[in-house]
Design a protein around this ligand. Sequence first.
Ligand SMILES: *[C@@H]1O[C@H](CO)[C@@H](O)[C@H](O)[C@H]1NC(C)=O
Ligand SMILES: *[C@@H]1O[C@H](CO)[C@@H](O)[C@H](O)[C@H]1NC(C)=O
Ligand SMILES: *[C@@H]1O[C@H](CO)[C@@H](O)[C@H](O)[C@H]1NC(C)=O
Ligand SMILES: *[C@@H]1O[C@H](CO)[C@@H](O)[C@H](O)[C@H]1NC(C)=O
Ligand SMILES: *[C@@H]1O[C@H](CO)[C@@H](O)[C@H](O)[C@H]1NC(C)=O
Ligand SMILES: *[C@@H]1O[C@H](CO)[C@@H](O)[C@H](O)[C@H]1NC(C)=O
Ligand SMILES: *[C@@H]1O[C@H](CO)[C@@H](O)[C@H](O)[C@H]1NC(C)=O
Ligand SMILES: *[C@@H]1O[C@H](CO)[C@@H](O)[C@H](O)[C@H]1NC(C)=O
Ligand SMILES: *[C@@H]1O[C@H](CO)[C@@H](O)[C@H](O)[C@H]1NC(C)=O
Ligand SMILES: *[C@@H]1O[C@H](CO)[C@@H](O)[C@H](O)[C@H]1NC(C)=O
Ligand SMILES: *[C@@H]1O[C@H](CO)[C@@H](O)[C@H](O)[C@H]1NC(C)=O
Ligand SMILES: *[C@@H]1O[C@H](CO)[C@@H](O)[C@H](O)[C@H]1NC(C)=O
Length: 841
Amino acid sequence: MDHINQTKLLLSYITFFFLVISTCRSSDTIAVFQNISDGETIVSANARFELGFFTPGNSKNRYLGIWFMNTSSQTVAWVANRETPLTDNSGVVKLDSQGNLTLVNGSGKVIWSSNSSVYGSNINLVAQLLDTGNLVVKNGNITNSDSYIWQSFDYPGDTFLSGMKLGKNFITGKETYMTSWRSDDDPSPGEYTLKFLMVKGKYQQVYIMRSSVIETRIGPFNGISFSGRSLLTPGPSYPPYVGYMIVSQNEMYFTTVSKYNTSTSFARTMITPNGKREISLLEFSKREWTTINSLPVDYCDNYGVCGPYGSCNIANSPYCGCLKGFEQKNSNETSVDNATSGCKRSIALDCGPGEGFLNFSSMKLPDTANAVYKNNMSLLDCEVACKNNCSCTAYANPNITPGGNGCLLWFGDLIDVRVYPQNGQDLYVRLAASELSDLKSSSHKKKGVIMGVSLSVAAVLTLSSILLAFYIRKKWKKRSDADIEGRPEKSLDKDYKSSSHQMGSAAVQLFSLLEVSQATDDFSADNKLGEGGFGPVYKGVLEGQVIAVKRLSKSSGQGLVEFENEVICIAKLQHRNLVKLLGYCIQGDEKMLIYEYMPNKSLDSFLFDESRKSLLDWPQRYHIIQGIARGLLYLHQDSRLKVVHRDLKAGNILLDRHMHPKISDFGLARMIKEDENESNTKRVVGTLGYIPPEYAIDGLYSVKSDIYSFGVLVLEIVSGKKNRSFVHEDHDDNLLGHAWRLYKQGRSVDLVDECLRASYSASEVVQSVHVGLLCVQHRVEDRPNTPTVVGMLGGEGSLPSSPKKPAFFAPESEINSTTSNLPLLSSSSFNGITLSQVDGR
Ligand SMILES: *[C@@H]1O[C@H](CO)[C@@H](O)[C@H](O)[C@H]1NC(C)=O
Ligand SMILES: *[C@@H]1O[C@H](CO)[C@@H](O)[C@H](O)[C@H]1NC(C)=O
Ligand SMILES: *[C@@H]1O[C@H](CO)[C@@H](O)[C@H](O)[C@H]1NC(C)=O
Ligand SMILES: *[C@@H]1O[C@H](CO)[C@@H](O)[C@H](O)[C@H]1NC(C)=O
Ligand SMILES: *[C@@H]1O[C@H](CO)[C@@H](O)[C@H](O)[C@H]1NC(C)=O
Ligand SMILES: *[C@@H]1O[C@H](CO)[C@@H](O)[C@H](O)[C@H]1NC(C)=O
Ligand SMILES: *[C@@H]1O[C@H](CO)[C@@H](O)[C@H](O)[C@H]1NC(C)=O
Ligand SMILES: *[C@@H]1O[C@H](CO)[C@@H](O)[C@H](O)[C@H]1NC(C)=O
Ligand SMILES: *[C@@H]1O[C@H](CO)[C@@H](O)[C@H](O)[C@H]1NC(C)=O
Ligand SMILES: *[C@@H]1O[C@H](CO)[C@@H](O)[C@H](O)[C@H]1NC(C)=O
Ligand SMILES: *[C@@H]1O[C@H](CO)[C@@H](O)[C@H](O)[C@H]1NC(C)=O
Ligand SMILES: *[C@@H]1O[C@H](CO)[C@@H](O)[C@H](O)[C@H]1NC(C)=O
């Protein structure tokens, strides 16, 4: 059978070359046919598509179909007889005199027909395969597309091409949607469909359905494309089409026009047999498909997974939480994850005049099935419309195009809400008056003790505030555990707006233990974000702002005044690539630092997580590399203080909601000195895998040591692999050694993370690897200085020297076996270390 298939393939190639040649002769008859037998094919005018009989995968059946040309493996775009395969090669498709396209088998039995017909005599009827992938039956004398007697574009299968329409005809009730193949071997309709919400008056969105169950919701339409693809940055290649939603009295449909020059590339959208919606791009010159978007990608893409009023956030653990102002419906459930019972209002609505809306930004807007859409309405009018109708629960403007108007009003539960790390939209949710005033009062709360209050006064206050804390904690209404979902911003309520104020950005504030304790719900385990090198970190809300509290280990041996001086110095370091220090707290033996909260957590939570690493595409990674370099330059040179970080690593690079990198923990090495009299091995300055040789061997640390760590970080960002745990099947080198091997072989691009293989800028990767290798040179003087690094990454000047073999210092095993000889673990050698130079100039 295989042999026969191969012969057939060969035959069809020969036929198709012949056809290409013959169709080029007379442009009138391009891709026009009256009949085709199995073994013959028809090629569209510019050789984009081919029509003929084919056998999918390991199947033995034959199907009439249209597939892409210029692909290395056959990619079928449309199948005629999906459900009625031919069992042999006897099929013939022909056009009859009425315009009916029929497929018959060897016995003349009709297997499939287009059922199209036209009345009238003397019509020059033709079937033609167009360069768009559309097979049409038409009057050969007319080129107008409106006059097609029949077209395959009206009968989509699993593939959507620009020019197709998906939608509904309200007169006939006919709905057009995509249906997956049953398997790669079987084009008959599978379990999954991709359907639009085609109800008059409802706002458009897309569902991936398995039989009649919604699996994933894509959308709503944001004026450009269907949102729900948060995790890939819209670049020039995305979306690869311009989408239009056409709504008229009789029909409603979605159609697209390719953004690309179809002479060089072609895009398709398909629903795969296992229910993924994939958008991919074919570059003819490469003959390969690149998937540029795929959904669902993560847990939060499961439809309504957190239940009504729940909000899913992939950056949180657990993923599900309640929108602010809502709490778990079933208090006996440990979390709302997997529990579709979801959330309920903390305070019921009474439709009083004080009710208002809370602005949740960066959201996926809820299911529009229970929303009403008003065209041409401003956001303010939208708010008024929602407020005036007591059953309206939320509103939003779905249109993100500049100046784009429109108003969605939700009635009933808000379902399938999630937080997007980027490209989310603003959702305004109705809350009770007292809920809003609660928020108001928490931001009204008096500011922390102003910096400079003498510490003795603070100490006197300690006891009384601890007593007070007990009292207040009883009264403190325990809010829903995960109510920080969606980063609520100020509400539209004017009263609230005017009263909301941010913590001062210029000066660092001193907060009391009570305030910090309240802000973090008494350092509850639920609010714990993680454990850093210097102690645990908690999430909290202080004066209306989401914060991260670093609770320093109690054993740090520095005096209070000295500590405070350091904090004030470090707080002056402000740069967009540094995490901002907002305040601190010293009370008893507690020392805490209060930072702005970074919703996307740290770089390592993306980079080294198999399921999340693909969320960081190459442009983002490159942007992150450049941002870290700029932050470092500021620390090393541009700030008033010169600070050596001493513990630069992926875990210390935080990502804000736009995925901009921010260096954290700078200055800490200085702030918390080791207690020099005790041999305290609790804390390691520097992290295995990032430690430069001069520090590990001689205990010397300088700006160039940070450069070394930066180099490791760059190679990790490019490769998505940890230096420390890197293994390669061919050799024992660590990541640096591996990068060096590839570099020497001129194969630096091969270092790139497998999950980026589909799309990256080769020149940027090569440049990054080069810079990374220069930074990890063994000799300090061979490493570039910080301005040079920034310059090289900014594309200024050429890359100067070629890197030499990098410092292959310390695969993990070596460190373990020689621990006691390493100064980094013995306190006595700390005297010899050039510590961070913090000299207030
Ligand atoms: C197929 O079409 C050609 C003209 O294009 C015609 O000569 C031939 O007889 C047709 N064959 C069949 C089987 O209809
Ligand atoms: C597609 O492939 C055909 C046949 O190999 C070739 O003639 C044509 O030029 C290719 N088109 C493009 C755009 O590469
Ligand atoms: C054509 O189809 C009919 C009905 O499915 C079947 O009985 C017949 O054997 C088929 N003929 C060929 C040559 O496949
Ligand atoms: C053509 O009509 C037949 C019988 O009414 C029907 O079974 C078949 O599905 C129709 N074909 C198409 C492509 O609509
Ligand atoms: C098209 O051809 C098929 C098979 O001969 C037939 O069942 C169907 O009625 C025809 N449709 C029209 C509209 O002529
Ligand atoms: C269509 O064109 C053919 C030749 O291309 C011509 O013979 C025929 O008369 C035309 N028919 C009409 C209705 O114009
Ligand atoms: C598309 O690309 C082809 C070949 O590169 C070029 O000749 C043509 O002008 C381009 N068309 C547009 C609209 O850019
Ligand atoms: C929670 O408690 C309610 C009422 O006691 C009960 O009906 C429900 O089954 C419980 N749910 C779970 C998950 O235990
Ligand atoms: C919740 O759902 C996730 C993903 O489907 C699954 O891995 C986990 O086991 C579920 N947890 C419970 C308690 O059902
Ligand atoms: C809602 O919050 C977003 C993000 O902070 C902001 O851009 C938008 O202006 C806010 N909306 C209103 C009406 O204030
Ligand atoms: C829609 O908006 C346009 C421009 O703002 C305005 O001229 C027009 O009157 C509006 N139409 C309706 C029905 O409100
Ligand atoms: C509120 O809106 C709903 C849905 O549009 C509508 O049915 C209801 O009549 C409205 N209520 C009032 C008081 O306007």
